[in-house]
Design a protein. Structure first.
Ligand code: NAI
Ligand code: MG
Length: 352
C-alpha cells in the first residue's frame, strides 16, 4: 500500500468550500487504485487564524509541514479582514520561498464543454514552466532623492543555477509530452540577462537533439498565445514572463476557476505545494457555486508528481466528460452547484 502524506491548508473563502470536494475526489481515485491512500493533516492557517493569533501561520508552521509529501492548499485572502500583502506574504510566499519551490508549473488546455472566450483557443494544451525564485522579482534595488531628482533602481537577478534548473525541467517535461519546447526571451531589448538566458537555453537544447526547441520574444509570444495557442506545448519562461503568460493561458480556458498550478521543490529537501490559480473569491463565497475543478485539477498535478500518471490522466478525462455533459458551475456557463459537479465526477470515477 502506497501512502502519501498531505498537509492540507484550506485557507479562506471558496478555498475552504472546495477543499473537501477535491479531497473526496482524491480519496475516490485512491479507492479505484486499490493500493493507494492519502493521510491528511489539516491546518487552519488563514485570515481568520490571523485575527485570532496575529499571524498567518504557527511559529513552527514550516516545521510542521516539512515532513509531508505535499502541501495541498485552497486559497488565501480576505481583503475585508486582513490586507492582502499580509495574508499573501505571511503564508503562501513564506512556504514557496522557505521550501525552495523554485518552479511554478501551470497547465492550460481547452476543456470539452467549455466555450473558450476566443475562437482561436481550440485544441490547445500548454504547460508553462516558470522560474519562481528570482529573475525580475528580486528585492535588490532602491530609491534615492525625492521629487524631480528621484532615482529608482530595480535589479533583475539571473543565476546560472536557477536558469538551468528551469530550462532542464522544461526539456525533461517535453520528453513526457510532445518533444517540443519554446523559450520566452527578450534578448533584443534586455541586453544582459536575456542573452544569458538564451545561451543557457541553447546549450541545454543541444543536449536534446530530438526535442524541437524554439524561442520567441515575450511580446510576440504573448500575442501568439492569443492568436495561435495550439502551436505551443512546453513553454519555459523567467519569473515575470511566466507570470504574464500563465494569466493568458488561464484566461484562454474560459475561467480562472478551473486553472491548476504547482509550486515545485526539485531538490527534494522540502515538499512541493499544489494550489489552484484562483483566489478566495469573496464575491461568490457561501453560495455553493464555486467551481471545484481548479482544485481537483491541481490534485491531478499532485498525482502526477507522485508518479501516478495513469490515474492522473483518468481523473482529468472524467472531469472533461462531466463538463462535456454540461454539468458546470456558472463561471463556465452552467447552472450546477459545486456539490453537483463533484458528485458527477465521483460517480463517473466509480463507474470506471
Ligand atoms: P479571485 O481569483 O479570488 O477572484 C477573481 C474572480 O474569479 C471573481 O469574480 C471570482 O468570483 C472568480 N472565481 C475565482 N475562483 C473561482 C471559482 N473556483 N469558481 C468560480 N469563480 C471563481 O481573485 P481576487 O478577487 O482578485 O482575490 C480575492 C482574494 O483572493 C484576495 O484576498 C487575494 O489576495 C486572494 N488571492 C489568493 C490567491 C491564492 O491563494 N493563491 C490567488 C489570487 C488571489
Ligand atoms: Mg499572476
Amino acid at each position: 500500500m502506497k501512502q502519501f502524506k498531505l498537509s492540507v491548508i484550506p485557507g479562506d473563502g471558496v478555498g475552504k468550500e472546495i477543499m473537501p470536494h477535491a479531497l473526496e475526489v482524491l480519496d475516490t481515485v485512491a479507492d479505484i487504485h486499490g493500493g493507494l491512500s492519502f493521510s491528511k493533516e489539516f491546518y487552519p492557517w488563514s485570515c481568520e487564524y490571523y485575527l485570532e493569533h496575529g499571524k498567518m501561520m504557527a511559529d513552527d508552521g514550516l516545521e510542521q509541514l516539512k515532513n509531508s509529501d505535499a502541501v495541498f492548499l485552497g486559497a488565501v485572502g480576505n481583503p475585508q479582514l486582513v490586507e492582502d500583502h499580509i495574508s499573501l506574504w505571511g503564508l503562501l510566499i513564506k512556504i514557496r520561498r522557505e521550501f525552495e519551490q523554485t518552479l511554478n508549473i501551470r497547465h492550460a488546455k481547452q476543456i470539452k464543454g467549455i466555450t473558450p472566450p476566443i475562437t482561436n483557443a481550440n485544441n490547445f494544451d500548454i504547460m508553462v514552466v516558470r522560474e519562481n525564485s528570482e529573475g525580475e522579482y528580486s528585492e535588490i534595488g532602491g530609491r534615492i532623492h525625492k521629487g524631480d531628482d528621484e532615482v529608482v533602481v530595480q535589479n533583475a537577478v539571473f543565476t546560472r543555477k536557477a536558469t538551468e534548473r528551469a530550462i532542464k525541467y522544461a526539456f525533461e517535461l517535453a520528453k513526457k509530452r510532445n518533444n517540443k519546447v519554446t523559450s520566452a526571451t527578450k534578448s533584443n531589448g534586455i541586453v544582459y540577462s536575456m542573452p544569458f538566458w538564451d545561451e543557457v537555453y541553447h546549450s541545454i537544447a543541444k543536449k536534446h537533439p530530438t526535442i524541437e526547441a524554439n524561442t520567441a520574444h515575450i511580446d510576440a509570444l504573448a500575442a501568439f498565445f492569443v492568436t495561435r495557442p495550439s502551436e505551443f506545448d512546453v513553454v519555459v519562461a523567467s519569473n515575470l514572463f511566466g507570470d504574464i503568460l500563465t494569466d493568458i493561458s488561464a484566461a484562454l480556458m474560459g475561467s480562472i476557476g478551473i486553472a491548476p498550478a504547482a509550486n515545485l521543490n526539485v531538490n527534494g529537501k522540502y515538499p512541493s505545494m499544489f494550489e489552484p490559480v484562483h483566489g478566495s473569491a469573496p464575491d461568490i463565497v457561501g453560495k455553493n457555486i464555486a467551481n471545484p475543478i481548479g482544485q481537483i485539477w491541481t490534485g491531478k498535478m499532485m498525482l502526477d508528481q507522485f508518479g501516478e500518471h495513469e490515474l492522473a490522466d483518468q481523473l482529468l478525462a472524467v472531469v472533461e466528460k462531466v463538463t462535456e455533459e454540461g454539468i458546470k458551475t456558472p463561471d463556465i456557463g452552467g447552472r450546477a452547484t459545486t456539490s453537483e459537479v463533484t458528485e458527477a465526477i465521483i460517480k463517473k470515477l466509480r463507474a470506471l
